[in-house]
Design a protein around this ligand. Structure first.
Ligand SMILES: C[S@@+](CC[C@H](N)C(=O)[O-])C[C@H]1O[C@@H](n2cnc3c(N)ncnc32)[C@H](O)[C@@H]1O
Length: 217
């Protein structure tokens, strides 16, 4: 059975807040102030669209493509972005089959790469990175198991519990976090910023495509 996030689309925000309060929101939104330059964004697996709605609102020049397999998530996203609908293009399809037809300044994947296996993340990054303009950014937020410290074991337990919950609710078969940093680096990007939350359980990162003519960031 393929993954289906429709059943959790409506209660998604409530479930998220019940699990980790506003921590995921703070993680997603941390780098928003650094994204004002973007003119074309690809949001992959943006779910109910809370991030994209804020990004569109803060930047009236921005056009967005949003890819998601879930019709109900895309409906939530469209509703949240309704005041900027003319700058939004929705693609209901598997991100692994999405072939970019344009160049982007920004690709955003919040709590999405953890729905994929390592080979799938590598496939996705190899397909999408060439569609990033020089100097373009890939913003990724995700769960993380801290390599050491007091949050290491709680993080392992929480991540295991979340995978079990998503397996039951959505049919997700992935059981461990992929090493997205390995995939992004081998696709040619360099991490230029990182912020950890909740003792290292959550990470948000900016990865950049190199650029000869850009001022250093
Ligand atoms: C865990 S939710 C994350 C939602 C949101 N980005 C967030 O920060 O909470 C994963 C989202 O990715 C979508 N998704 C999962 N696998 C997908 C795939 N292979 N291609 C496209 N979308 C996918 C789901 O429908 C869902 O909207």
């Amino acid at each position: 059975m393929s993954v289906n996030f429709d059943p959790v689309a409506k209660p998604y925000r409530t479930l998220e807040r019940l699990t980790l309060g506003r921590a995921l929101e703070r993680t997603r939104e941390h780098y928003l102030p650094r994204l004002t330059h973007a003119r074309k964004v690809l949001a992959v697996g943006d779910g109910d669209g809370r991030f994209l709605a804020k990004l569109l609102r803060q930047n009236s020049q921005l056009e967005a493509d949003a890819v998601d397999t879930s019709a109900k998530m895309l409906a939530q996203l469209r509703f949240r972005c309704r005041s900027d609908e003319n700058r939004l293009h929705l693609f209901r399809q598997d991100a692994l089959t999405f072939q970019p037809k344009t160049q982007y300044d920004l690709i955003a994947t919040h709590f999405f790469l953890d729905c994929l296996t390592q080979p799938q993340v590598e496939q996705l990054t190899a397909t999408l990175v060439p569609s990033l303009n020089e100097g373009g950014l890939w913003l990724v937020s995700d769960f993380r198991i801290p390599p050491a410290g007091p949050m290491r074991w709680p993080a392992r337990l929480l991540v295991r519990g979340l995978y079990l919950a998503f397996r039951i609710l959505t049919g997700l078969r992935v059981t461990q976090l992929p090493a997205h940093e390995r995939a992004l680096a081998s696709a040619g990007l360099t991490r230029v910023a990182q912020r950890l939350f909740l003792g290292g359980l959550l990470t948000t990162e900016l990865w950049q495509r190199s650029c000869q003519r850009c001022p250093s960031s």
